[in-house]
Design a protein around this ligand. Structure first.
Ligand SMILES: [Zn+2]
Ligand SMILES: [Zn+2]
Length: 238
C-alpha cells in the first residue's frame, strides 16, 4: 500500500458554524486534496450552499475529479445537483444501488456502485463499505503517519468501523474526520475513547452529527487529540 505525500482536507459544509460569511447547513461535505488529486467526500444537502462556501473559501469546484457519497441520506448527497448541471460527466461512487442512484445516473455522470467491502480506488486510497441497515462507506487514505479515515454519519458505529479498518489494514489510524452520530450515552463515549486510544488515533474531528455532548466529552477526555472542526476548517496531515 503506497503512501500519499500531501493531504489537505477542507470542511465545505457542516452544521457546526464557522467564520463569516460561510453558510452553515445540516449535513457534511469535505473537499479533499491527495497529492495532486481533488475529490469531494459527500456534498451536503444544498448545491447553493456548496457553491457559496467553495467560492468564499477560494476552492475551485471544477478541480474535483470524482465524488464519493458515504450513504443515501439527503444531507450527504443533496448538493450533487451542482455537478449534474456544471460537470455532468463526473464520476460518483455510491454505496448501494438506491433508486436515487439510477435517477442521478440517467442525468449523465459515470456512476459506480462499490461492490466489495474493501475497494481500492488509487494506489493509496480505499473505499470501505459496511453492511448495516443503513449501508455506509468511508474513505481510507494511507499516509506516512498512518491511515486517515473520513466518515459520513458512522451509522454502522464509529468504534466498530475504526476497529475493522485497523485490523484489516494492520496500520494505525492517525486521524478520524466526519460525523459520528452520537448521543449522550457516556458509557459508549468512554468505549469510543478506549477504541481510539487502542488504534493509535492522534487527531479526531467530530463533525456533523457527532453532537455537542460527544464533542465536549472528547474535548475533555481526549486532550490534544480532539480538534474543534466546523465549516471552513482546514486540516493538513503532516
Ligand atoms: Zn448526516
Ligand atoms: Zn445519515
Amino acid at each position: 500500500m503506497k503512501q500519499a505525500q500531501q493531504i489537505k482536507i477542507t470542511v465545505l459544509i457542516d452544521n457546526n458554524p464557522g467564520p463569516k460569511p460561510l453558510i452553515t447547513r445540516w449535513g457534511l461535505s469535505l473537499f479533499v486534496e491527495v497529492n495532486n488529486i481533488a475529490f469531494l467526500f459527500d456534498t451536503g444537502p444544498d448545491p447553493e450552499a456548496l457553491e457559496y462556501n467553495a467560492n468564499a473559501i477560494g476552492i475551485n469546484l471544477d478541480k474535483i475529479e470524482f465524488i464519493i457519497i458515504s450513504h443515501m441520506h439527503f444531507d450527504h448527497f443533496g448538493g450533487l445537483s451542482y455537478f449534474l448541471n456544471k460537470k455532468p460527466d463526473i464520476t460518483i461512487y455510491f454505496p448501494e444501488d438506491h433508486y436515487i442512484v439510477s435517477q442521478i445516473g440517467s442525468k449523465g455522470p459515470r456512476v459506480v456502485v462499490t461492490s466489495n467491502a474493501i475497494n481500492k480506488i488509487s494506489e493509496n486510497m480505499y473505499i470501505v463499505k459496511f453492511k448495516h441497515f443503513i449501508i455506509e462507506q468511508c474513505v481510507i487514505i494511507n499516509t506516512a503517519v498512518g491511515l486517515i479515515m473520513l466518515v459520513g454519519c458512522s451509522h454502522p458505529k464509529i468504534e466498530q468501523m475504526s476497529t475493522y479498518i485497523y485490523e484489516h489494514f494492520k496500520r494505525k489510524i492517525y486521524a478520524v474526520i466526519g460525523g459520528f452520530h452520537l448521543g449522550s450515552d457516556i458509557t459508549r463515549l468512554k468505549r469510543i475513547i478506549e477504541t481510539f486510544r487502542r488504534i493509535g488515533v492522534q487527531e479526531v474531528y467530530p463533525l456533523h452529527c457527532s453532537g455537542d455532548v460527544a464533542r465536549e466529552f472528547f474535548e475533555i477526555h481526549l486532550k490534544q487529540v480532539y480538534k474543534d472542526g466546523h465549516v471552513g476548517t482546514k486540516i493538513v496531515i503532516p
